[in-house]
Design a protein around this ligand. Structure first.
Ligand SMILES: [Zn+2]
Length: 558
């Protein structure tokens, strides 16, 4: 990387000598044999390091050909670098703790510190930073330190696939310390590939010398068989949240269908909204000065200035205007409800929407009973009609959804640790499964089958201290996965997280986790021991594969 320092750059000079005075081979004095100038950017300004190099004074000494450099140089920068450690750590912290984009880092260095680095150069340093910090986060000595006071390990595994047809990034995370142990992108999620990850987790647990008391996963076959094989006797809990989602699949489909129908009918409100806007526009122009003043509570002063006739006109205009505004506000409220897509297996979005619409409808009825007939009254009545139609069309299917949700809620209650001890809840679960089985039919028959399939992993006891508090779902891990996604989104400003995350994930996940465990910037002392760290081979392979894939897609290839 060639770099041209701007004309007239003023360097602060620092002379560094080899710290050692005598040869450690023959004990003779070391002589200065040359010097090297290393110019770097630091946050405090340009710095010129004048390093005096030394070698043994005895020409016969075997160490004579080797020149020694001052160790102090390494505490300030690395050979070949244009920047000091302070800038290096600054860039890394801004990127991985603050999620800045490269142009943002580049601009900040130029504006605040007068450091002119190209975006390419910053990218190169960031890759080094990522490799170094990932190596540090996996350092077994530091890991032992972090687990010093912990009695047992709770491990969880999950995969993250931002795009269909691409690799999946698997990560193993320990829940007691909240640490990502490692991550790896796998092309296929076959049992053999996944087992390699589990073997690695077992080796790490053995190195730490701590017992694994719990495994958490979402019950993929490869996880179930692999964990049973590599961790015999270790309880394996299936994520309760995944279970409920699996259980509720047909219910949510039914709910979604009803929701779409309902929304279609209620969409008629657009006509009401347009009419209200049309009515408001010309009126607002005519009455605007008085109308606005009256609304702002200036009616009293208005009365003195313009006389009673003016007040009367202003007040009528204000009433009409505010009636129009009420219609628009109701329309906005309904629109907000239609755009809300939140909910879960126990609160399906369609049911939530219907409940919210029913509330608005009730409020509309009260307003309609009070208000006098007029244009606004007519519009509100039409709006109420739209809501009624929507609710009516969904009524039948939603009654069924409601009944199904009740059956699901009974199962969810059996999973909830607050509703009783494990054996009791297990008995209740089995009873429910039997009931659903006997009841039969498409929905309840499937319910019983899914419950049977998940039974083995939902009620496993965790021994040891704090076992009762062990999580019943893998939500913590899934929530953690939002971090790499959020990181990418903040940097690229796009909603979609992209495949880069999977390809660089092996180190990216570790770095994000490291920065989370260590919120303040890292320093030269922290990273110097890992200066030779390289990106792991599988990550380099994944990046190479991506290049080939892109080339194959591009129309320019020959
Ligand atoms: Zn010597």
């Amino acid at each position: 990387m060639r770099f041209r320092w701007p004309e007239g750059t003023v360097f602060q000079r620092r002379f560094l000598d080899v710290e050692q005075t005598h040869c450690d081979c023959c004990g003779r004095v070391l002589h200065v044999c040359g010097r090297r100038c290393h110019r770097i950017c630091t946050l405090k300004g340009p710095l010129e390091l004048c390093c005096r190099l030394a070698h043994c004074s005895d020409p016969a000494c075997p160490t004579r050909p080797a020149t020694r450099s001052p160790a102090a140089e390494l505490a300030l920068t690395l050979p070949g670098w244009l920047i000091g450690w302070d800038v290096f750590c600054f860039i890394g912290h801004r990127r991985f703790a603050r999620h800045w984009s490269v142009p943002q880092v580049c601009g900040e260095l130029a504006d605040t510190y007068r450091i002119q680095l190209s975006e390419d150069a910053i990218c190169l340093y960031l890759r080094r930073y990522q490799a170094m910090l990932a190596a540090r986060h996996q350092d077994l000595d530091l890991l032992r330190l972090a687990y010093r006071g912990m009695a047992a390990l709770w491990l969880s595994i999950d995969g993250l696939q931002p795009e269909k047809g691409h690799e999946t990034l698997y990560a193993v995370r320990e829940l007691n310390a909240g640490r990502v142990w490692f991550a790896q992108a796998l092309l296929s999620s076959s049992a053999d590939e996944v087992r390699r990850l589990l073997v690695r987790a077992r080796q790490m647990a053995q190195t730490l010398g701590k017992p694994v008391r719990l495994w958490l996963s979402d019950k993929q076959d490869a996880f179930v068989t692999g964990i049973a094989r590599e961790f015999p006797g270790v309880p394996h809990r299936y994520c309760a949240n995944h279970f409920l989602r699996d259980l509720a699949k047909p219910t949510l489909e039914l709910d979604s269908h009803a929701k779409v129908q309902m929304r279609k009918k209620v969409r008629g409100l657009r006509a009401v909204e347009c009419a209200a806007l049309r009515a408001q526009r010309p009126g607002a122009e005519a009455a605007s000065p008085q109308g606005v003043a009256a609304r702002q509570g200036g009616a009293a002063s208005e009365a003195k200035a313009t006389g009673t006739a003016g007040v009367g006109r202003a007040a009528t205009a204000a009433v009409e205007e505010s009636a129009g505004q009420v219609v628009l506000d109701y329309c906005s409220a309904v629109r907000g409800i239609l755009n809300d897509d939140q909910g879960g297996p126990l609160h399906p979005p369609g049911l939530r929407m219907a409940e919210a619409l029913a509330q608005v409808r009730e409020s509309l009825s009260r307003v309609l009973a009070l208000s006098r007939p007029g244009p606004a009254h007519g519009q509100l009545a039409r709006l109420a009609g739209c809501v009624d139609q929507g609710l009516a069309v969904a009524e039948g299917p939603q009654a069924e959804v409601r009944a199904q949700v009740e059956a699901l809620a009974a199962v969810a209650k059996a999973l909830d640790g607050r509703t009783g001890g494990l054996p009791q809840r297990r008995a209740r679960y089995l009873r429910l499964a039997r009931q659903y089985q006997e009841r039969g039919g498409e929905f309840y028959g499937r319910l019983a089958r899914v419950m049977e399939g998940w039974r083995a992993g939902l009620f496993v006891a965790v021994r040891g201290k704090g076992g009762a508090a062990a999580p019943g779902d893998n939500l913590e891990m899934e929530r953690w996965f939002r971090r790499p996604k959020g990181h990418e989104r903040k940097i690229h400003g796009r909603r979609h997280a992209g495949v880069r995350m999977v390809q660089e994930g092996a180190t990216l996940l570790l770095v994000l986790n490291a920065q989370e465990c260590h919120p303040e910037p890292f320093t030269a002392q922290d990273l110097l021991p890992y200066r030779d760290a390289e990106e792991p081979a599988d990550q380099l392979q994944a990046i190479a594969r991506r290049k080939v894939m892109r080339k194959a897609r591009s129309p320019k290839n020959d």
